[in-house]
Structures are given as structure tokens and as C-alpha cells.
Ligand binder design. Structure first.
Ligand SMILES: [Zn+2]
Length: 324
């Protein structure tokens, strides 16, 4: 691939669509976002994607645009370009053909996949995983997502479920996960899980500075407040974070024995917590991991931020173009 080519990356979110131009070396030449307008129906969303793509391509200047990558919420059939199943953050998005309109308008190769998978590819290719072939990415957000990269390619699995690390079981009869099952990792270390645990401890008579900080209105409690309280020495917040981080380390030890990764990357807002998160994760990992060599695989924070999904969509296109 020539140094003078660049690739369009598009990250479709429930609120905004992020567009970017990425070079083969991962440099971000241009980027902007525009509203998704999902409430105006799928045809409007497609039109917004097409208009934004046209605009970003007009910024390519001396670079030749060689392809387009698009990440979308939902389960995506990357072969046919159809959204198989989508949560209601973009109404009527299920069943939508998302590749064909771009293909017809621009006549460039178009690659589509799930937005979280694209973010994993971005982090693996141009972030903390650059140069590594086998890696795990865990994204700590409202829920917990993630992905597995094997031999430099995302592993999708037979039912597009590979990398759903948040639904690993970490506690018999534990807290109920958003998916309805008991004891999943997401019920602990996600933003929702941390907040839920603190609320339960306070309801059970525990005391914390968080009661005062929320003015007694726990609906205002956020994960970042819990992390900050733990850093400031609040015992209740510290215990919740430590236990939840311990469960992540335990889950990583399990996954490491299945996938044998070179590196494990933790992304998302909670990953910004630093040592107070990473120390107990590492301690638990060291405690449960079996084989000495795998013990050396580092557990590190992600390097990319908001742009991971868009850069990843471009990275996926770059990768597929190289292979084709
Ligand atoms: Zn679950």
C-alpha cells in the first residue's frame, strides 16, 4: 500500500457519527462528527453517513482514498453488510443494509462490522496492541465489551459472540447482570455494576463519603465518583473497586489460558482509574494464572480514546485491502 493512500473510518453511534481519514501508518489526517438523527428513521441515518463520507473524502487532498470502513451498533453480518440485530439506540436499524449504499455512491471497497469490534481492531492495530498478533481487549463502559484478536485478525466465532468478556461468570449466585444471568463480570466492574454495588452496601448500613457527595440522592452516583472516592481512601468505595478488579483479573487468567495472548488491553472510562484498578487486577491474575510464560503477558491501559471506533473501522478496511 502506498504512503499516499488513506482510508475512511466511520463510527456510527446512537447520538453522533464520527468520520475520519486514516493513513496506512495510522495517522489521523482529518476527523469530525455529525448527529446520527436516528429518531428520523434509518433512511435519514444512511443519508447522514453518505453526506459525511462525501465531506471527509473532499478533505483527502493529495491522498488517494482506497476504501471505507464502517462500524455500527448491533450484530452485523460483515459478509452481507446487513444489521442482524440492534439494540433500540437507533430505531428500526435491524435488517438495514449498510454496505450497499456506500458501495453504490463511492465505488470504493466497503467493510462493515460491529462498532465495539472496530474499536478492538483500532486498539490492536494503532493503539496499545500495535505490532502484536494475539491480544485481548476488554472495554469497561456502562457495560463490558471486548474482543479477541488472533493472528492479527478479529475472532468473531460461530455466532458473532466471541469476545463478550463481560458475560464471563466470576461469582456463583452473584449479582444479576443486565443480560439476566447471575454472577457475570459486567454485574461488577461496569459503571452500572460499580454503582449498583455501592448502593447495595449503603442500603445495608455501610457508610461512605459518597452519601454526602450525592447529597443523599444516590441516583446521582457515577462510576467516576466511586473511583475518586476509592483513591481518596474511602473504605467502602475501595472495597467495591478492589473486589470488582479482582474479578477482572480472575476472568483474564481464564481467558489467557484459552487464547494465550501476548498482551491484554483494558479500555473505556474506568480504565483511566490507573493503579487502583490495575494493581488488584494484576494481583488476581498472578494468583490464578497457571503457566509461567503466560504470566509475562502484560495487562495495560488502552492508548486510543473516543477515536478508537473510527480509527478501527479504517484499520479494518486497511487490513482487508492488504489481504485481498
Ligand atoms: Zn451477562
Amino acid at each position: 500500500m502506498s504512503e499516499n493512500t488513506c482510508t475512511v473510518g466511520i463510527d456510527l453511534g446512537g447520538t453522533n457519527v464520527v468520520f475520519g481519514l486514516v493513513t496506512a501508518r495510522g495517522e489521523l489526517l482529518q476527523h469530525f462528527s455529525r448527529p446520527t438523527e436516528g429518531e428520523r428513521g434509518p433512511a435519514r441515518v444512511i443519508e447522514n453517513i453518505l453526506e459525511g463520507t462525501e465531506e471527509i473524502i473532499s478533505h483527502a487532498e493529495a491522498y488517494r482514498v482506497n476504501g471505507i470502513g464502517l462500524g455500527s451498533p448491533g450484530v452485523i453480518d460483515s459478509g452481507s453488510g446487513v444489521v442482524l440485530h440492534c439494540a433500540p439506540n437507533i430505531p428500526q436499524w435491524s435488517g438495514q443494509q449498510i454496505r450497499q449504499p456506500l458501495l453504490e455512491r463511492f465505488g470504493l471497497p466497503v467493510f462493515v462490522d460491529n462498532d465495539a469490534k472496530m474499536a478492538v481492531i483500532g486498539e490492536a492495530t494503532f493503539g496499545a496492541g500495535a505490532g502484536k498478533k494475539h491480544l485481548l481487549v476488554v472495554t469497561l463502559g456502562t457495560g463490558i465489551g471486548g474482543g479477541v484478536v488472533l493472528n492479527g485478525r478479529i475472532h468473531r466465532g460461530a455466532y458473532f459472540c466471541a469476545g463478550e468478556i463481560g458475560h464471563a461468570v466470576v461469582q456463583i449466585g452473584g449479582r444479576r447482570c443486565a443480560c439476566g444471568v447471575e454472577g457475570h463480570l459486567e454485574a461488577y466492574l461496569s459503571a452500572k455494576g460499580l454503582v449498583g454495588q455501592v448502593k447495595e452496601k449503603l442500603a445495608g448500613g455501610g457508610t461512605s463519603v459518597l452519601t454526602g457527595q450525592t447529597g443523599g440522592d444516590l441516583s446521582r452516583l457515577e462510576a467516576k465518583m466511586i473511583v475518586d472516592a476509592a483513591k481518596a481512601g474511602d473504605k467502602l468505595a475501595g472495597e467495591v473497586l478492589e473486589l470488582s478488579a479482582h474479578y477482572l483479573g480472575m476472568a483474564l487468567a481464564n481467558f489467557a489460558m484459552v487464547f494465550d495472548p501476548e498482551i491484554m488491553i483494558i479500555s473505556g472510562g474506568i480504565a483511566l482509574a490507573g493503579e487502583i484498578l490495575f494493581d488488584p487486577v494484576q494481583r488476581a491474575y498472578d494468583r490464578y494464572i497457571f503457566y509461567t510464560e503466560v504470566r509475562k503477558a502484560p495487562i495495560v491501559p488502552a492508548k486510543l480514546g473516543f477515536e478508537a471506533g473510527m480509527v478501527g473501522a479504517a484499520a479494518m478496511a486497511i487490513l482487508e485491502l492488504k489481504l485481498s
